[in-house]
Design a protein. Sequence first.
Length: 476
Amino acid sequence: MVKGLFIEGMEVTPTNTYAVIQPHTEEVVAQVADATESEMQQAVDSAYKAFGEMKALSSADRAGILNRVADLLEEVKEDFARTIALEACKPITAARGEVDRSVQTLRFSADEAKHIGGEYIPLDAAKGGEGRDAYTIHEPIGIVGAITPFNFPLNLVVHKVGPALAAGNTIIVKPAEQTPLSSLKLAELFIKAGLPDGAFNVIPGDGPKLGRVLLDDSRVQKISFTGSPQVGKLIKSQAGLKRVTLELGSNSALYVDESSKDSLEDIASKAVTGAFVYNGQVCISTQRIYVHESVFEDFKQSLVSKTKKVPFGDPLDDDTMVTSLINKKSQQRILKWINEAVESGATLLTGGEAKANGILLTVLTDIRSTDKVSCQEVFGPVVILQPVKDDEEALNLMNDSDFGLNAGVFTNNLQQALAMAHGLDVGQVLVNDIPTTRFDHMPYGGVKSSGYGHEGVKYAIREMTRLKMISLNYRF
Ligand code: NAD
């Protein structure tokens, strides 16, 4: 199968192609367009041309298109799930979950399209402002350049496309090299649903080369990036006056307090999911767990025994919970970080070895905060477990990080929950949930090296519109 680019409402035959590989079996899934700079330029031309038509659509029309895409996606859910499973090496049950979430994100976008309201400003509060009615509107900004990562090749694309189109913008998606197929298929659904040609373009290929075209073209008003902190920082330094949203990585932490001692089994089950769902290749993967010393041993035993039971297999098999990593480079880097930690005194409780193109699920303790498995983003199936004497020590360790995306706290002590919620230096605090928790309409954004700006449909729309004030002088 050869998949081309998606420009001006249709698939375009590409100049060059590259092979998309299934990481577990190493089979070629498809040959996909490896776009040139001039093809990206054509996409910008097409998005620029389509903006007038998009802007002229009513909010009901935009909502209608988004809802129709949600309906179409539901109809072909299994096909999309299989595509995600193959290109991203995501276990099929998790891939189905991603399609369900994408349907929901589209429906949230449709709802929000109808509620992009402004406010009334009483200008007569200022001296000389009498006799005027004033209000604000949120106008679309124009072309949004979206650059997306491999780990949620559908839902994280929808998180940019849904809000951009809901607001009346046009968009160009540069998907991750490993996972371009889901976004190309999604673009076809939008055309079926009646989106104007050119309003949604997909240009697969090399990140630095194609990203540069989006960054250099003044018609592209905003870059919405989800990916690694290294690339995010580079994009911000190159973006000039363009708007930028950066959704980056993290080494998310969880605290388990002694007041939750009656729920340790349940919390350990949730923590296993948080640490190992999709092999830990999730920006809010539970990477660091701090447990009150009085319940540490019980929690440790429960976590390790549950971890050993998680089935490893082929991503297309319904029973598989974990499988190979996205590539061998990741596998080798993570094994190196585990070995470095063990050499400097960490205890390996389980895992730590290669399996197929992945790694056996790994739990480590006796970690130093300078070990890479603690202070950097592992983005793999590794979790560290440390005892703490109280919540204050937990708070200090959780905040001792360059990142700040999600944090979780299990406690039955209200005062402690509130103190942690206010003290944690992160974008989102989840009390009595693991940090690996995201609902698609909640505000979602990082602090420190985890990002800049917000997603979560309504909040993404705010960053994809510009505020205009209109004043009516009725005494003139
Ligand atoms: P990545 O940074 O390697 O790539 C992301 C995208 O950036 C790809 O499309 C890539 O082609 C492009 N790119 C690479 N270099 C570029 C450049 N110089 N200019 C412009 N674009 C460039 O990330 P990845 O490996 O695909 O994804 C994993 C990372 O994404 C992790 O750090 C993870 O935490 C993060 N992530 C964050 C969130 C979030 O919402 N905060 C969600 C998912 C993933």
